[in-house]
Each structure stands twice: as C-alpha cells, then as structure tokens.
Design a protein around this ligand. Structure first.
Ligand code: SF4
Ligand code: SF4
Length: 441
C-alpha cells in the first residue's frame, strides 16, 4: 500500500512503525474471510482491510479520531485472526494498538461510555477491587432487564450477567513465595498470578503450581507482579498498560537475578500475547527495553512449557471426549496450536476440534461488556459448533473464553491444565463427570 506521510510525521516512532506496517498491506482482502466482525456484520469497514484504510487515513492526515473510525475500531476484537490469514505479514496488532492509543488521546467519548471504560480500567486489573465489585454485582442483578432496554447501559447489563453468583476465596498459593519441586529439580519458573483470573478461578494457578511441582519444577510467585496490562492496553490506555508492564518487568528481573528463571509461566493466553510483546511495547524506554525483551523471551504459556518437558505416563487415562477451544490469543496471538492438543491426547483424552475454530468466541478482554450484541452472536455460534462435537467437556487456555463459553454452553468448560493435572494424579476438575474414566495400565 502506498503511503504519504511527511518527514515530520515519520519522526514520531509510533507513526514510523505504523507506516512500515501499512506499506506491507497489498489490499488482497484474504483477511476479510476469517474476520469475525466481517463474517457477522458483512461491512467492509468492519473487516481488517477496511479498518486498515480507516487507520491510514486518520494517521496520514494527522486527524483526531472521529465517530466513524471509533465505531469500527471499537468493534474489532483484536482476535488477530487476520494476522494468521495475511500472506504479507501485516502486523495488524501493532497497527490497531497504535490506533486505539490515538483514539484515547484525541476522541471524547459520550459520558456513559467514558465512565464505563474508566470503571473497567479502575476495577478489573486489581484483584481486591474486582472481588469487591463482584460482591456488589448481586445488588444490580434484579435490574439487568431494565439496563438492557437502555442502549447506553447495556454494558452494565452485560457485566452483571457475566458476574458469577459466588466467587471462590483467594488462594494462599498465589501469595509471593517459592514452591519447591518434588524430588530432583528439573527447572525453575515464575508464574504470573495476574488479575481477573486469580479472582474468578484461583484453582487454575493452584493446579498449575501443583502439577509443575509434582513434575520437579520449582515455582516462584515473585513479589510485586500484577496485571499484565492487556485489558487497558486494548482500551488504548497506554500509560496504564506500560506502567503494568514496567512493574512486572521489575518483579521478574529480580527473580531472574536471584536464582535464575527457565521461563515465566502464563496460564491465561490473553496475558501471554501481551507479555510476549513487552519487548516491543517498551522498546523506546532505554531503562526497560533490554529487560523487557528478556522477559518476553522467557514468557511461555503453561502448555508450551509442559510440551518441552519429558512427561511421565499419566496416572489415569480419562478416555473422555474433549472439545478443544483454541483461544484467539493462543492460536493467532502466540501461534500455539499443537501443544495443548498433543498434551491432552498424550494424557488419554480424545480431542475434537470444533468447526470454525479460527473464529473468536466474542470474549476478547472487555469486548463482551463493551460490545454485548456482537459478542453474544459470536458466543452462540461458537457454542453451537462446540456442542456439535459431541464432547463431554470443553478445554481452553484463557479465563475470558472459559467465562464466555460457560455462560451459554450446556457442558462444563475448564482450563486445559485442570484436565492434564487430573490425568497426572490430581483431583477431578469441578463439574466434570468421571464417566468413561479408566485406570492407566
Ligand atoms: S483483529 Fe479480529 S476482529 Fe479485528 S480486524 Fe483482525 S480479524 Fe477482524
Ligand atoms: S490479508 Fe494482509 S495484505 Fe491482504 S488486505 Fe488483509 S492485511 Fe492487507
């Protein structure tokens, strides 16, 4: 694609980066076929190619964002299916991240939208605030019907619908400290305890720590780590996202310097995509660029790490049919496609992949709150495809997808690590039936 930026514009490194990306796009439109919003809405402006044109026009003309571009960029899930499809290697992720930051800086949203976004950014990344908000959600539940009738309050209704009726207590294993591996030490890793997941389902990290330590891996929960910044990054709140990134880089650098780390284990693929991008996000900060690149290189999804270990034979072979839902951030963001399925199969599960596996389930960070109508359409389509597999359980590696799919599916939805842990001697995941369970020889 030809571009027409002035030398003065290109002096801004963010613009220069976006220009490089824009020039790679050859307008072929292959990406439209796999874009969930184009497939759902059928509008070119809700396709990757359409959005690329809108972003180019806004940046090239140095214009503030307007209502049209905000509408179409807000509808983008950042699922990155377009990046998997694109034959020219267009880095749509960095382009749309830049566009979102530009929107945040130059566009004044309607008051209720601004308040909703500010509230999400204030609450979600902080486990204590999120836990308190979920407790309060019970008071708002009787008004869901009323909120749904008022377009500006639909995000509040969506939030209340997603809030679980009860939340588990915080896990003591997530507190800073070291969990020694059993027997001979096979490795030393840090684990990201993060934010929303630690409130909604602390058992995911507990299970990960339990399985890794049983396999002989020492697991460190570093003092000072927190939210990875992905939720606010996708809302264009660059300052807040970079502050989270710096805080985590500091925490993990201390852990690297005191004992070394083989990997930084991430159990929510949405966080993994962002942490693997810290090196890029902090590239212009001389105090952090090198440390952030080192952290990104060490970041691994838990299934990526397990696939590199020589695992023993499972203790039991559950012999159960599992529908594996690959989160967008797993398959498109991190290009992890093989490992979770291979680990499940090796552990004795029969793995089935739902049709249209490349399409997003509509969760996408805060998307299911901010764009509830499109999100619900994508969720229902995903659930229909999952249920058609005839599986007894759904496995996936991202808490956002678990919450989203479970809100409509009739079968249990669990994190992949819980099924693996079960096969390797851990407890049966809650909600999963043990019919078909057979003891390993
Ligand atoms: S990130 Fe997803 S929703 Fe956004 S343009 Fe790409 S394919 Fe479409
Ligand atoms: S597939 Fe790639 S090159 Fe083709 S229009 Fe989409 S982003 Fe541009």
């Amino acid at each position: 694609m030809q571009t027409n930026f002035s030398a003065a514009q290109l002096a801004d490194p963010h613009v220069a980066e976006s220009e490089k990306i824009l020039r790679k796009c050859v307008h072929c439109g292959f990406c439209t076929a796999t874009c969930p919003t184009y497939v759902t809405l059928g509008n070119e402006l809700d396709s990757p190619r359409g959005r690329i044109y809108l972003i180019k026009d806004m940046l090239e003309n140095g214009r503030p964002a307007d209502k049209e571009i905000v509408t179409h960029i807000d509808r983008c899930l950042s699922c990155l299916a377009c990046m998997t499809t694109c034959p020219s290697g267009v880095n749509y992720m960095h382009l749309v991240d830049h566009a979102r930051a530009h929107i945040q800086e130059t566009y004044k949203r309607p008051l209720l939208d601004r308040l909703t976004r500010a509230m999400l950014a204030f609450v979600l990344p902080y486990p204590n605030r999120f836990r308190a908000a979920l407790k309060l959600a019970g008071l708002g539940r009787p008004f869901i019907g009323l909120f749904e009738k008022l377009p500006a309050l639909r995000p509040v209704a969506a939030m209340l619908k997603l809030a679980p009726a009860s939340i588990p207590p915080a896990s003591p294993l997530a507190l800073p400290g070291t969990h020694a591996g059993k027997d001979a030490r096979r490795g030393r890793v840090a684990i990201l305890t993060g934010c929303a997941q630690s409130v909604l389902d602390p058992a995911i990290d507990d299970t990960t720590i339990s399985l890794l330590t049983r396999l002989g891996v020492e697991v460190v929960v570093p003092e000072g780590e927190g939210c990875c910044g992905a939720l606010v990054h996708h809302m264009g709140r660059e300052g807040q996202a970079l502050a989270s990134a710096r805080q985590n880089v500091e925490a993990w650098t201390r852990a690297i310097d005191h004992g070394g780390l083989d990997a930084i284990i991430i159990t929510a693929s949405g966080c993994g995509t962002t942490i693997k991008d810290y090196g890029f996000m902090l590239r212009l900060d001389p105090a952090y660029a090198e440390k952030a690149a080192r952290v990104s290189a060490l970041a691994k999804d838990v299934t990526e790490y397990l696939a590199g270990l020589d695992l023993p034979e499972p203790v039991r072979k559950p012999g159960m049919v599992v529908a594996y839902h690959s989160a967008c951030s797993m398959q498109h963001g991190q290009k992890i496609t093989r490992q979770p399925k291979e680990l499940l199969a090796k552990a004795g599960f029969v793995v089935r992949e739902p049709r249209e596996g490349h399409l997003c389930c509509g969760s996408a960070g805060t998307y299911n709150i901010l764009q509830p109508e499109i999100s619900a359409k994508l969720r229902d389509r995903k659930v229909k495809n999952i249920e058609a597999t005839g599986a007894s359980v759904v496995a996936t590696g991202n808490i956002g997808c678990i919450t989203q799919i479970a809100s409509a599916a009739k079968l249990p939805v669990v994190h992949t690590i819980k099924l693996l842990d079960w096969a390797y001697g851990g407890p049966k995941p809650e909600g999963v039936s043990d019919s078909g369970l057979i003891a390993a020889e």
